[in-house]
Design a protein around this ligand. Structure first.
Ligand code: ADP
Ligand code: MG
Length: 375
């Protein structure tokens, strides 16, 4: 894929460069960034530092959280603490007082504007809003891969109004996830979690591309049900039609599970008053077996209801994936949250920062944020 990389931009000295970053992290009660999410912020440093070294004036834009009142101020403070960048913070992203501040920026200066989603125009991809943002700069850089499945003003609208590029982190995502889309064989897809619709799209797209699939998490409940097993009160998608997929011999599902009574049961033993909440030990062993000799493994979605303590399956699978000698690609907000703390980073080929964006890219091979650059 031929993406316009910011490295290839002509003359950056003195230019005003608007960089769409993904600083959507959760801030703890003490106003401090959660440690496991700080990497998301740190990954953007490469592009920022590159631009600063070139003498550009760097204007960072991002959203944070779901509540439009949320502020990016703690992120600016965090950046100042860890990077020595001296990031200025402007408590607005739009309005008459923003322009003079940006006008006074010296070369190499970095400024972060306030949460874009304080304005509903951002999500609506309002053309006037995009125009106002674009007016701040000479160039636009998208380094927010994880948001690029969204047709928002700061992703799509602005890219059409300025010479537009992608940053280092974005390129990294595209290179690695493109490799995952054309996997070296034998290839194994591990999927879990609970977002049925998007995950089944992934499954359908990858079924012809991989040699093996293991379905865990709440997703597996649908498979077990179609296969005629009792799944009791387990989480299910009533809509999804698995009639074709379930016949495919590549597709493996749990053989034992842990239920809300915390008992290990074979899938034949589950009763109508139970909820399946994790994969069991025999299933873990089965997946370890599937992983033997695999050259590519792609994993998205936890194997169990980890946030309520049903984390054994997910942790065991994470360790097995890390141990595998082939290339490994993992992603998903919950997948990363569930495996954080195991310190497996160095044994995984690529950890995507994109949840929905990773899935959409894996399925379609492109994203609205990429299309907007090819205007
Ligand atoms: P990701 O963010 O990694 O893409 P999802 O958002 O699809 O993953 O799914 C994560 C959610 O799936 C978590 O809330 C987790 O508790 C839930 N989950 C996984 N397995 C089960 C299960 N057996 N029953 C209920 N919830 C489950
Ligand atoms: Mg999730």
């Amino acid at each position: 894929m031929n993406l316009p990389h910011i490295q290839d931009a002509p003359e950056l000295k003195g230019k005003r460069v608007i960089v769409r970053v993904d600083f959507d992290v959760s801030i703890g009660g003490n106003g401090v960034l959660n440690e496991n999410e700080a990497t998301r912020v740190e990954k953007s440093l490469r592009t920022i530092q590159f631009l600063q070294d070139k003498g550009a004036r760097v204007i960072l834009i991002s959203h944070i959280g779901r509540d439009p009142k949320e502020t990016l101020r703690p992120v600016a403070e965090y950046l100042n603490k860890v990077s020595g960048l001296h990031v200025g913070f402007v408590p607005h992203c739009i309005g008459d007082d923003v322009v003079p501040i940006l006008g006074g920026m010296k070369e190499g200066r970095v400024i972060l504007l306030e949460n874009l989603r304080q304005h509903e125009e951002e999500k609506k991809n309002d053309p006037e809003f995009a125009k106002a943002l674009a007016s701040y700069g000479d160039l636009f850089v998208n380094d927010a891969f994880a948001v690029s499945h969204r047709e928002h003003a700061s992703i799509v609208g602005i890219a059409k109004l300025l010479p537009a590029y992608v940053g280092f982190q974005f390129v990294d995502e595209v290179i690695h996830l493109s490799k995952a889309r054309t996997p070296e064989h034998p290839a194994l897809l591990l999927i879990g979690g609970a977002k049925f619709e998007t995950k089944f799209d992934l499954l359908k797209e990858f079924l012809p591309k991989v040699d093996l699939v293991f379905v865990g998490g709440a997703l597996a409940n649908n498979f077990l049900k179609v296969k005629g097993f009792e799944v009791g009160k387990s989480l299910l998608d009533p809509e999804v039609d698995l009639s074709d997929v379930v016949k495919n011999l590549k597709v493996h599902v749990p053989i034992d599970v842990i239920t809300d009574k915390e008992e290990v049961k074979t899938v034949e033993q589950v009763t109508s008053d139970e909820k399946i909440l994790d994969i069991g030990p025999a299933t873990i062993e089965h997946v370890e077996g599937l992983l033997k000799g695999v050259k590519t493994v792609i994993w998205n979605g936890p194997m169990g209801n980890y946030e309520n303590g049903f984390v054994k399956g997910t942790e065991a699978i994470a360790k097995a994936v890390a141990k595998n000698k082939g290339a490994s690609f993992i992603g998903g907000g919950d997948t990363l949250a569930a495996t954080y703390g195991l310190h497996l980073e160095k044994d995984i080929t690529f950890i995507s920062t994109g949840g929905g964006a990773m899935l959409d890219f894996l399925v379609k091979g492109t994203l609205p944020g990429i299309e907007a650059l090819q205007k």
